[in-house]
Design a protein around this ligand. Structure first.
Ligand SMILES: [Zn+2]
Ligand SMILES: [Zn+2]
Length: 117
């Protein structure tokens, strides 16, 4: 079945940080980035019993969860006061004091300068 082949391939990636595991020997593989280790035996037999989630592994290894949040911000036409580039990403943030309301921030797509209106 195609589904377990996909999972087996998925198993070659670090469950913690998603980096491709390096085989130290025929018996084990480890993550070059965070040192997470996995036995080759587990990889072979995994089609029947791999249901461990990244969350479980983090808990087991006591690693703080770090999520890479890739949010695509909308880009609008706005000229940058720093470099005069005409496009900026924008996002709004609730200010700490309620009466300030929401402030819209712009970030130049060219020089990453952040500015407000
Ligand atoms: Zn890793
Ligand atoms: Zn700029």
């Amino acid at each position: 079945m195609a589904s377990w082949q996909w999972q087996a391939r998925d198993f070659l990636f670090c469950g913690v940080c998603g980096t491709l595991l390096t085989f130290d020997s025929v018996r084990s593989a480890s993550c070059p980035l965070c040192g997470f280790k996995r036995k080759a035996k587990e990889i072979e037999g995994k089609e029947t019993r791999y249901i461990v989630t990244a969350e479980d592994i983090r808990r087991e290894l006591k690693i703080d969860p770090f999520e890479e949040v890739l949010v695509q911000r909308p880009v609008i036409t706005k000229s940058c006061p720093e470099c005069n580039h005409s496009k900026a990403e924008y996002y709004s943030r609730q200010m700490r004091s309620a009466d300030e309301g929401e402030t819209t921030f712009y970030e130049c797509t060219e020089c990453r300068h952040k500015f407000t209106d």
